[in-house]
Design a protein around this ligand. Structure first.
Ligand code: 5GP
Ligand code: ZN
Length: 113
C-alpha cells in the first residue's frame, strides 16, 4: 500500500481528525475510534511501515523509543494500574490498517481469552 493511501498517515498529517493524547516528532498517540477496552489508544510511528518484518534499523530504534515512552503516556491516560500492548500482524491477526501501530489497552481488568 502506498503511504498516500494510508489512514494513519492521514491522521498523522491531520488530514483526518483524531483525538490525540500525545505527539512528538517521532510518534503520535490517539484514541481508537472503536474502543475494545475502557482505555484504548493507538501509538503510531510517524515513519510509515506495515510489518515488524519490514522494519529497518532506524525504524527498530523508533519502536524502542515508543516502547520507552508508552508507560508514562498510558499512566497519564487512565492506565495507572496496568495496560496491555497488542501489535496485530497480518491476516490471521486481523490487521486492518497497514501502518504499524501499537494498541494500548487498559483502564479496567482486562480479560485474557
Ligand atoms: P488493527 O485491526 O489494524 O490492529 O487496528 C486498527 C485499529 O484502528 C482498530 O482498532 C480500529 O478501531 C482503529 N481505527 C480504524 N479507523 C480509525 C479511524 O479513522 N480513527 C481512529 N481513531 N481509529 C481508527
Ligand atoms: Zn502510513
Amino acid at each position: 500500500m502506498l503511504k498516500e493511501d494510508c489512514l494513519f498517515c492521514k491522521i498523522i498529517e491531520g488530514k483526518i481528525p483524531s483525538t490525540k493524547v500525545y505527539e512528538d516528532d517521532k510518534m503520535l498517540v490517539f484514541k481508537d475510534i472503536e474502543p475494545k477496552a475502557k482505555v484504548h489508544l493507538l501509538a503510531v510511528p510517524k515513519d510509515h511501515f506495515k510489518l515488524l518484518a519490514d522494519m529497518n534499523a532506524s525504524q527498530a530504534e523508533l519502536l524502542k523509543y515508543m516502547l520507552e515512552k508508552i508507560p508514562s503516556i498510558a499512566a497519564e491516560n487512565g492506565c495507572e494500574k496496568g495496560f496491555r500492548l497488542v501489535i496485530n500482524q497480518g491476516e490471521d491477526a486481523g490487521q486492518s490498517v497497514f501502518h504499524l501501530h501499537i494498541h494500548i489497552l487498559g483502564g479496567q481488568t482486562l480479560p485474557w481469552e
